[in-house]
Ligand binder design. Structure first.
Ligand SMILES: Nc1ncnc2c1ncn2[C@@H]1O[C@H](COP(=O)(O)OP(=O)(O)OP(=O)(O)O)[C@@H](O)[C@H]1O
Ligand SMILES: [Mg+2]
Length: 246
């Protein structure tokens, strides 16, 4: 059995932590891993009930999540955390405590998070600030400190959830946290994914124009995510329309 680890998501509200955490949890479950998902909202209803959003309370909340993640990790489980965890120093404290700690930055511009406003909290926070009250809402009237050494960065404003999951699983595989072959199984499924003909045509044209076959060309020209780009190349290769040189 591969060793335990903590997958620590951080990012603004609405950046996609819970969405990605749940999707990755499902994939790891299929691989037979024991998983505990410590999501910010649920933690605040139980483990951290009564804590508010002052710097001190936020730090206590994140330290508690870190402590539980540490227990899960040292018993061979996978702890997946999905709290905003805005302060770098406390995340780094947990990194030190846990050891097998993989930080995932769900990176998304605040404008996009605010547009999504999944919980309607940005609107509330802006109104509170306008009324001169404030709400200590991360990104609006409370700070968010970006990670400086996250093992994984997922830019959720430019990729699909599926792309994000692939990026995370590939990275976990490279870091040695997955069963050998688990990520290859993922690739295998990717071959059967549907790719629209229109996209294949555009990709073929983009490769012709660029004079090379590379995922970079598709990322730049077609604004699609890495995993979609990889599927497109696979499909074109299957159809004998492109071939890799070197
Ligand atoms: N590539 C992506 N990855 C994750 N989420 C995405 C992506 N693209 C779009 N979304 C959407 O963005 C929203 C993210 O909401 P989610 O609840 O996961 O955020 P969160 O980071 O958990 O926020 P909070 O801190 O408030 O709990 C969802 O509606 C999701 O469908
Ligand atoms: Mg969430």
């Amino acid at each position: 059995m591969p060793k335990g680890f903590t997958l620590w998501f951080t990012g603004l509200s609405g950046s996609g932590k819970s969405t990605l955490a749940n999707a990755v949890a499902q994939e790891l479950q299929k691989q037979g891993r024991l998983i505990d998902l410590l999501d910010g909202d649920v933690v605040r209803q139980h483990l951290s009930k009564g804590l508010g959003f002052s710097k001190e309370d936020r730090d206590t909340n994140i330290r508690r999540i870190g402590f539980v993640a540490h227990l899960i990790t040292r018993h061979g489980g996978v702890a997946i955390t999905a709290a905003i965890s805005p302060y770098r120093a406390i995340r780094d404290e947990n990194r030190k405590l846990i050891g097998d700690f993989v930080e995932v930055y769900a990176k998304c511009p605040i404008e996009e998070c605010e547009k999504r406003d999944v919980k309607g909290l940005y609107k509330k926070a802006r109104e509170a600030v306008a009324a001169g009250k404030g709400m200590q809402f991360t990104g609006v009237d409370d700070p968010y400190e970006e990670p400086s050494k996250a093992e994984i960065v997922v830019d959720t404003s430019t990729c699909t959830v599926q792309d994000g999951v692939k990026i995370i699983l590939d990275a976990l595989n490279k870091l040695g946290y997955l069963e050998a072959g688990a990520a290859a199984g993922d690739d295998h499924r990717a071959h059967h994914e549907y790719v629209p003909d229109e996209l294949l045509k555009k990709a073929e044209a983009a490769f012709k124009k660029a004079g090379k076959v590379h995922t970079d060309v598709l990322l730049k020209e077609l604004h699609i995510g890495f995993s979609t780009a990889a599927h497109v190349i696979d499909k074109l290769a299957e159809q004998g329309k492109v071939s890799f040189k070197g």
